[in-house]
Ligand binder design. Structure first.
Ligand SMILES: Cc1ncc(COP(=O)(O)O)c(C=O)c1O
Length: 379
């Protein structure tokens, strides 16, 4: 029986040739040739004003918190069904995550629940595009305008996805992307801070460069660089940037392949949804996906049994987020503004199926056949 892995990190197998070029450039730290190339790719394909390479999406989120001057007790509205960094980046500065429930169809923040969660202390809304499927951005943008809030898109999983034809990452004031090895495009660990609101550009470079005006010094605009603001060492090394550039060049091809696997799962699992044994992902008409994830919601509390059953068949599947509102630290640091029915349901019943570009159609059929046989045997 063949082992079907949940994820095999993307490899073009030419990344090391790009890294070897660094011996010629003799620049291995951040902000060199390959950083510029990646920046060019990101600004062109996202259509943003600026794209800064950083060492993780977590780093980009922390930079957002500094950029919008989060002060102790400031509130930031976000889903609880997300990765810890979405919240922790703000908690590090004394901010308070305010959790609202998700929409049961997309598992993204429910725009209808945001307005009631706004108080005088609210500063921003974080729109997490779960599974690379867009949040409904128009109502979120309207609310943000009405209450003068910053929109941050957590597009960790959403490279090359879109909302009404607009690339994700291009809609909020700020957006963050992950290039962790679990993502469609990666460099081991990496990320990007995407800037659409030009008022943030100058300061973002200072924050990235340890709180110094080194960027101006590099452009011969100041004689010496010095400490001017908050900051940290957020840049991405050229070694990672070289690796990343090779992957970005292939990003559209990789996305097409992943979308084809997504579509095959969707087709093969249709009958189980008709029989009301599972629910497949819903992609709203406004959303252009990137095939980041294929998940099913397993009905009647059978998710964990299905994971075990598939493991015996050497098929590796995983659950996803433990909601932040139910975590030990979340309970200490955050506010819960709505009932979390949909969040809890997703956490208890969602199952992620293998999806990577080494997966062949036969593997997908084997996965689906085994899911069918699980339900047939009425485990
Ligand atoms: C929604 C979301 N935000 C942020 C992150 C953090 O990304 P990174 O590992 O690049 O810091 C992740 C990681 O999976 C994520 O899923």
């Amino acid at each position: 029986m063949k082992n079907i892995f949940f994820n095999i990190p993307q490899a073009i197998n030419n990344e090391t040739n790009k890294i070897k070029k660094l011996y010629y450039f003799k620049h291995f730290s951040s902000n060199g040739h390959f950083t510029k190339m990646c920046r060019g790719w990101l600004t062109k394909n996202i259509g943003c004003r600026e794209a800064l390479l950083v060492h993780s999406c977590t780093a980009a989120l922390e930079m957002c918190a500094i950029l919008i001057n989060i002060q102790p007790k400031d509130e930031i509205i976000m889903p609880s069904y997300t990765f810890v960094s979405t919240a922790n980046a703000f908690v590090l500065r004394g901010g308070v995550p305010v959790f609202v429930d998700i929409d049961p169809t997309t598992l993204n923040i429910d725009p209808n629940k945001i307005e009631k969660a706004i108080t005088k202390k609210t500063r921003a809304i974080v729109a997490v595009h779960y599974a690379g499927v867009s949040c409904d951005m128009d109502p979120i943008t309207e609310i943000a305008k009405k209450y003068k809030l910053t929109i941050i898109e957590d597009a960790a999983q959403a490279i090359l996805s879109s909302y009404k034809g607009r690339p994700l990452g291009s809609i909020g004031d700020l957006a963050t992307i992950s290039f962790h090895e679990t993502k469609n495009i990666h460099c081991g660990e990496g990320g990007a801070l995407i800037i659409n609101n030009p008022k943030f550009i100058k300061r973002a470079k200072i924050i990235r460069d340890k709180g110094t005006n080194r960027d101006l010094f590099n452009q011969n605009m100041v004689k010496k660089y010095t400490w001017v603001d908050y900051g940290s060492s957020y840049g991405l090394s050229e070694i990672n940037a070289a690796f990343l550039y090779e992957q970005l060049k292939q990003a559209k091809k990789i996305t097409r392949k992943r979308l084809a696997i997504f579509k095959l799962y969707h087709k093969l699992l249709e009958n189980l949804e008709i029989k009301k044994l599972i629910k497949r992902p819903t992609i709203p008409t406004y959303a252009g996906g990137n095939g980041h994830m294929y998940y099913i919601l397993v009905k009647n509390n059978k998710r964990d049994k299905l994971i075990k059953y598939l493991k015996q068949k050497k098929i590796n599947t995983v659950f996803h987020y433990v909601p932040l509102h139910s975590s030990h630290f979340g309970k200490l640091k955050a506010i819960i503004k709505t009932i979390m029915k949909n969040t809890n349901y997703a956490s208890n019943n969602l199952l992620r199926l293998p999806l990577h570009t080494k997966l062949i159609n036969k593997d997908v059929s084997i996965c689906c056949k085994n899911i069918y046989s699980f339900f047939k045997n009425k485990k």
